[in-house]
Design a protein around this ligand. Structure first.
Ligand SMILES: [Zn+2]
Length: 197
């Protein structure tokens, strides 16, 4: 039987997505044999994770300030709003370097099977924002699939304003997953978006 402290660490690591018990144990041993500096910097990075990062009060982006870098950038186009489910999706779109509008992060998609309802994601904030800022176009950049479709349909239904609502295109090269799409496919998918309303 392994020592308690190693087991305790292995147990925590095993809670991470995609990590089985064997890998968790191997990683715990890696820390055990590794140097003190790495152990300490790892621990302090984990400890600071929640204290350094806040949600931008406008768009919900992860930020170190009340207003994120994108919202405080005067050069970003205020007439286009790109709605994404997750921070990773925003990062993927930013990496294309072609989108110059602003974002709204929902922090999830409507998924009744997983118990995620309309009220659990930042939809109310989106509608309030659209009312106030009146962007001319709203781009929905969700992964393909039932959760993305349900959320897109709901947004289209609720936004009875003057805005154009479009959704990014999905093709063979793009796949269904924004986070893992390559930069070229994703930028093409943003360009070839379909107007929903
Ligand atoms: Zn922001």
């Amino acid at each position: 039987m392994a020592l308690q402290s190693i087991e305790r660490l292995a147990k925590e690591i095993a809670k991470l997505p995609g990590i089985g018990e064997k890998t968790a144990f191997r990683l715990a041993m890696h820390f055990f044999y590794g140097d003190d500096i790495h152990r300490e910097s790892f621990a302090s990075a984990l400890k600071d994770l929640k204290t350094d990062v806040v949600f931008c009060r406008v768009c919900g982006n992860l930020s170190t300030n009340e207003l994120c870098d994108i919202c405080s950038d005067e050069k970003r186009d205020r007439s286009i709003l790109c709605v994404v489910a997750r921070y990773a999706d925003l990062l993927a779109i930013e990496q294309t370097g072609e989108y110059r509008g602003r974002y709204h992060l929902l922090h999830g998609l409507i998924a009744p099977i997983k118990g995620v309802s309309i009220r659990d994601i930042r939809l109310k904030e989106l509608f309030e924002r659209v009312d106030k800022e009146t962007p001319s176009e709203i781009i929905l950049a969700f992964d393909a699939g039932i959760e993305g479709d349900t959320t897109a349909n709901y947004i289209v239904k609720m936004l009875a304003g003057k805005q154009t609502v479009s959704r990014i295109a999905y093709g063979i090269s793009m796949g269904s997953d924004i986070e893992n799409a390559d930069v070229h496919s994703l930028s093409r998918s943003m360009m070839n978006r379909t107007v929903l309303r």
